[in-house]
Ligand binder design. Structure first.
Ligand code: SME
Length: 149
């Protein structure tokens, strides 16, 4: 899938979809259109935790609530910076969800400079995420920031 087309389609989706369905539509779109994305989730910050708001993939994760500061997800929420992990087994912060996962990217969603959520994607391929993925997902996160309160 071409990143520019995906960006345009997601932008339209955000403009047209009712807020209650939006997160699910976006994770479904990313999961279905990008082969390397084996599991796609959006977590929302609630107090000191990240709560899983929507996900797309073959299996549910047991990590539906992650304290900020814990795991790769919690680190990205704390720092506000993208985490791009080419090999999850070499990162001791990693909280395992699926045995098949090899790499992961976490992109914070911000509103007025504050982290309000994040996009978390696992891949069964090692080194699956490029700077292009980071750039693309950051744009999606920027669009979403305006819709998550
Ligand atoms: N691997 C994440 C936990 C979430 S699962 O990938 C769905 C982490 O280390 O924070």
């Amino acid at each position: 899938m071409d990143y520019d087309i995906a960006e345009r389609e997601i932008k339209e989706m955000i403009a047209n979809v009712k807020n209650s369905n939006l997160l699910q539509k976006i994770v479904d779109y990313l999961y279905e259109n990008f082969e390397r994305y084996s599991w796609v989730g959006i977590y929302i910050v609630k107090g000191n935790d990240l709560i899983l708001g929507a996900w797309g993939g073959e299996h549910a994760t047991e990590h539906t609530k992650i304290p900020i500061g814990k795991g790769i997800c919690g680190s990205a929420a704390q720092s506000g910076k993208i985490e791009l992990i080419p090999d999850v087994n070499k990162d001791n912060r990693y909280l395992a969800c699926f045995v098949s996962t090899r790499s992961e990217i976490v992109v914070p969603i911000k509103r007025n400079m504050n982290v309000v959520g994040e996009i978390d994607i696992d891949s069964d391929m090692s080194n699956a995420f490029s700077k292009q993925d980071a750039f693309f997902l950051e744009k999606i996160a920027d669009m979403l920031g305006k819709h998550i309160c």
